[in-house]
Design a protein around this ligand. Structure first.
Ligand SMILES: [Zn+2]
Ligand SMILES: [Zn+2]
Length: 212
């Protein structure tokens, strides 16, 4: 991060702190979900019973949901690269998630059929956006959960986004948040120094639907 004008931003926490605290919460819960699934499968003593559980339609649906949660961690990774987040603890958490996922895949390899039925494991390729300044990305143009900008997600058409109360979210990110983290979707505000956010009063004045 570039040094910011301390007089103008004294009351605002640095933007990286806002990002990091939020991402930590996301990654902790992603870890928990994948860990729980590993624990459940680990506690099934017979591989044949494990296969049976995985092959049931509920089992397959459950694994598909866990896969979606894992995909969010890959989007977060893309967002972290775009935001140039250097917090070591976050990168360590991503590594833990990767290890947990590898472990889970070992269970899934018992059931090639389940692996075949899972949606393809494609991940967003993070594109850098020349319109963004070096160190600041506007939070209002990112998914409110994974913080990946809508234009940075090449797989965006597959992972649809929705607008809720003027904030953007990937549908799968919003589902994850509501089911695994909190009933209220997160709303992160840019610090006042963000020049990309259009102040609300200007937005309202420009809104052509306002008087309809
Ligand atoms: Zn902004
Ligand atoms: Zn997202």
């Amino acid at each position: 991060m570039q040094e910011q004008d301390s007089t103008a931003t004294a009351a605002e926490p640095p933007q990286t702190d806002i990002y990091c605290e939020h991402l930590k919460k996301c990654l902790m819960n992603i870890c928990r979900v994948i860990q729980n699934t590993n624990d459940i499968l680990c506690n099934i003593s017979h591989p044949s019973v494990c296969s049976e559980v995985l092959l049931s339609s509920r089992g397959t649906d459950y694994i598909s949901e866990v896969l979606e949660v894992y995909r969010i961690s890959k989007r977060i990774e893309g967002g972290m690269r775009a935001l140039r987040v250097s917090d070591d603890s976050l990168w360590l958490m991503l590594r833990d998630i990767e290890l947990l996922w590898n472990n889970l895949q070992a269970f899934l390899s018992l059931c090639p059929y389940v692996l075949q039925r899972l949606p393809p494991l494609s991940f967003p390729v993070c594109k850098s956006d020349s319109r963004l300044s070096d160190s600041i990305q506007c939070l209002q143009r990112c998914c409110g959960v994974c913080l990946l900008g809508e234009r940075q997600d090449e797989a965006g058409s597959r992972d649809g986004m929705l607008m809720y109360r003027e904030n953007l979210y990937h549908i799968t990110c919003a589902n994850f948040w509501i089911n695994c983290v909190d009933l209220n979707l997160p709303v992160l505000h840019c610090p006042k120094i963000c020049s990309l956010c259009v102040p609300e009063e200007i937005q309202a004045a420009q809104d052509p639907t306002k008087d309809i």
